[in-house]
Write a protein that binds this ligand. Structure first.
Ligand code: CA
Length: 536
């Protein structure tokens, strides 16, 4: 019968992925395949970095969030100090695309943790993780579900205000007045920060009572902010002068003025890089960014400044998201159209790679396996429209292709899927090709079998997947061991998890297998470090 001939397709046979391997402690994934449970702290990492926004093919956003939060709660109760340290480390290195999961975890530690955990969370944790006024307001909105406004919490918030230099604090207040249902006025009334000098007292009085500070030189920004509100009928020239002199941030500009290219030009002078990246479309739409304009040159220069990108903690996803929106020429929420400037698109493409932590090439012969099966096309990373796990995986694959001398890419579902990727190619083109691939079943053993069949010498397999493998006649780790036996090469496997579930195809007892979180800004560096041959 023809059907019987197709079942094994001449592939290496081993243990069906629908059964557990003998003598190995395996669990079933959401697809019914047998895989491994991710180490509990690695699962915390996935939650902190990937969050749960957009859900997965198998779980709604709500279910995935609940599952991640419950796991986190268990970890906080068992080893809260380690969780806080993890939250601080990931946050300080700007490894996650979004801050919300880290702030949520910190709030949980501040409520559910033991005394030492709570103290660490509210002390060093709050100062390190909540860097902006917006972060603090988000923290306040989360923490109430875990605890009340007792003394510990109130004094932590008080310290947050009191520790910030007054000029910086004024900037935060002007920029983020009201977020997530909280205002700084609300928090100050709870925390009662004490003013150590007149300028600070004047700033607090402005927030709490609305009194515009008269003469403190540190509070020029606040006065300009108030003045800007009253300049509705002013001439453009005096308004632009105000923006330029006071270095007002975009958030402080009444919306009527945001149609003026001259206002944007003044804003651009001191615009933080994250804001610059987010506002490229608007600056193009209002006519400030045109091919070869001075403003365009300035933007490109800043996007090419790798050191500046790193200092501004710009996450590669923010760049990718801006790239996708910008090159489309129209807003996702129907916020007008613009004509993308090619040089800006190219600069964003380059900035994507420089936004990752620098990776020292490993020199390893690397095969990157991209799971492009059906389940990888549902859900989004960091809530970026269109950025499904499989599109995100191919963008990540480009980082290896660009940095490693011997890196090749293969794509698979339950069979090999032709997907050519070259190091000179632009991100957008590669991502577009990925979107149109058919939806099929999943067999994560294929990268190893592919290398065996083609007699490829590989030092490291890097598999980007959601770990929902089930449609194979040999397990991925089993296929790796077979590859090692047949070739005599002790190849390693790095599993880059693209969803924040608790599954992995990596055998936790094998030192040659590693779990990395997809779209960790440190992922390429972690992969390269692990791939380096051990020192002789
Ligand atoms: Ca799948």
């Amino acid at each position: 019968m023809e059907l019987f001939r197709k079942i094994f397709r001449g592939r290496a046979s081993g243990t069906s992925q629908l059964a557990a391997q003998a003598g190995r402690d395996q669990v079933t994934n959401s697809a019914g395949g047998f895989v491994y449970a991710l180490e509990p702290m690695d699962r915390v990492d996935r939650f902190l970095i990937l969050g749960s926004e957009g859900g997965t093919y198998y779980a709604t956003e709500r279910a995935l969030t609940l599952e991640g939060a419950l796991h986190l709660a268990t970890m906080v109760r068992e080893n809260g100090m380690a969780v806080v340290e993890r939250v601080i480390a990931i946050s300080e290195a700007a490894r996650a695309p979004k801050v919300a999961p880290a702030i949520f975890a910190l709030a949980m530690c501040a409520g559910f943790g033991d005394e030492a955990t709570r103290r660490l969370a509210l002390g060093r944790g709050l100062q390190a993780v909540c860097r902006t006024g917006s972060h603090l307001l988000l923290f306040a909105s989360y923490v109430e579900q875990f605890r009340g406004w007792g003394r510990g919490l109130r004094s932590a918030v008080r310290a947050w205000y009191e520790n910030k230099p007054v000029g910086q604090l004024a900037y935060q207040f002007v920029k983020y007045q009201n977020r997530f249902g909280f205002t700084h006025r609300d928090l100050m009334r709870l925390a009662h920060p004490v003013a150590s000098d007149e300028a600070r007292a004047a700033l607090y009085a402005w927030v709490v009572r609305g009194t515009v500070p008269a003469d403190a030189p540190e509070l020029g920004l606040v006065r300009a902010f108030e003045a800007a509100k009253g300049l509705a009928d002013a001439d453009l020239e005096s308004f632009v002068a105000l923006v330029r002199d006071a270095k007002l941030p975009r958030e402080a500009i009444p919306s009527a003025w945001l149609r003026e290219p001259d206002v944007w030009e003044a804003l651009l002078e001191t615009m933080p890089l994250t804001a610059l990246i987010r506002n490229l479309a608007t600056m193009t739409r209002v006519g400030l960014l045109t091919p070869k304009s001075a403003a365009t040159r300035l933007v490109i220069e800043r996007l090419h400044d790798a050191e500046r990108l790193c200092k501004a903690r710009v996450h590669p996803i923010a760049v990718l998201s801006a790239l996708e929106t910008y090159r489309a020429g129209r807003g996702a929420r129907g916020s007008g159209t613009w004509k993308p400037v090619d040089e800006v698109v190219e600069a964003l493409d380059d900035a994507f790679y420089s936004a990752f932590s620098a990776a020292e090439p490993s020199g390893a012969r690397t095969l990157i396996g991209l799971d492009v099966s059906g389940s990888m096309s549902t859900g989004t990373l960091a809530g970026v429209p269109g950025l499904t796990p499989r599109v995100a995986a191919v963008a990540m694959a480009m980082t290896h292709v660009r940095s490693e001398a011997h890196a090749d890419v293969m794509a698979f579902s339950d069979r090999f899927v032709p997907l050519a990727v070259s190091r000179t190619e632009r991100l957008g083109e590669v991502m577009r090709r990925t979107e149109n691939l058919p939806f099929e079943r999943t067999d994560c053993a294929l990268p190893m079998l592919y290398a065996l069949e083609r007699r490829l010498a590989i030092d490291t397999f890097v598999v980007y997947t959601d770990n929902e493998t089930w449609a194979g006649t040999i397990h991925p780790d089993e296929a790796l061991r077979r590859y090692r036996e047949r070739t005599g090469l002790w190849a390693k496997l790095v599993v880059v998890g693209m969803t924040s579930t608790g599954f992995t195809i990596a055998d936790p007892n094998d030192p040659g297998m590693l779990d990395v979180v997809g779209f960790d800004a440190a992922a390429p560096a972690l992969v390269a470090d692990f791939s380096k041959p051990a020192a002789a």
